[in-house]
Design a binder for this molecule. Structure first.
Ligand SMILES: Nc1ncnc2c1ncn2[C@@H]1O[C@H](COP(=O)(O)OP(=O)(O)O)[C@@H](O)[C@H]1O
Ligand SMILES: [Mg+2]
Length: 218
């Protein structure tokens, strides 16, 4: 299988807030390859979400570069990158509230003009047909999280990033989600990057990266 590489070089990032400028990322170098699951761990406030938002082109790179198969994200363009390369499971789900669970997943499928049944992905994350037909704000936090995961796996993108995707889930569901991420990486040859506090998720990752004091280490 072709090996795809997402590489990160010399990434520095600072946030400006009321108390001034905060240097959050102070020189990150990392390489993520397809076929593997990466867990990123680190204390709250260490910059994990900031790093993911750069990896998924939601925030603009200030210093350094990110490249996919040697092509710079600056060259690919942020919107193109978000549309075709990366799919994100947000901490806050980011579902479309006036749609049902099924319609939220359908959006990801329609994007690639494929003909697959969204219920297939809802079933994979343990949601029933009845739950699929509910508006997402009629679902619990854990169920909404599973819809967000279903939407990400329904998409065709080669990179999946997830910000604490099992944070609101019970152990059994967490196991199920871990299995899905494993299949995405190991069978479908995607790059899977998960920020997590869960020891269990980290234990299943192929590589665990620690974010501390603005740098990343194994
Ligand atoms: N949009 C923002 N504006 C200003 N400061 C921010 C913003 N987002 C995050 N920060 C600050 O940057 C630091 C890292 O935040 P974050 O990346 O969310 O960490 P983590 O996800 O590891 O908890 C925190 O101190 C946070 O307060
Ligand atoms: Mg965070």
């Amino acid at each position: 299988m072709k090996k795809n590489i997402l590489s990160v070089e010399g990434i520095r990032y600072s946030h400006k807030n009321a108390s001034g400028v905060q240097n959050v990322l102070k020189g990150i170098d990392a390489e993520f390859e397809s076929g593997k699951i990466y867990a990123i761990v680190g204390e709250s406030g260490s910059g994990k979400t900031t790093f993911l938002s750069l990896l998924s082109a939601l925030d603009k790179i200030q210093e350094g570069d990110i490249a996919y198969n040697n092509k710079s994200l600056k060259k690919i363009g942020s919107s193109e990158f978000r549309l075709k390369y990366v799919n994100i499971v947000f901490q806050s789900y980011n579902l479309i509230k006036y749609m049902t669970a099924r319609e939220n997943v359908q959006v990801a499928i329609d994007f690639d003009k494929r003909k697959v049944n969204p219920d297939k992905y809802l079933a994979q994350v343990g949601l029933t047909e009845e739950e699929g037909g509910r508006l997402v704000n009629k679902l619990s936090g854990g169920q909404q999280q599973r819809v967000a995961i279903a939407r990400a796996i329904a998409s065709n993108s080669p990179i999946i990033v997830a910000d604490e995707p099992t944070g609101n889930l019970d152990e059994d569901t967490e196991e199920k989600i871990i299995e899905i991420f494993k299949e995405l990486a190991h069978e479908q040859n995607k790059i899977v990057i998960i920020v997590t506090h869960s020891r269990r998720v980290a234990a299943h990752a192929d590589e665990v990266l620690h974010l501390r004091r603005g740098t990343i280490s194994r």
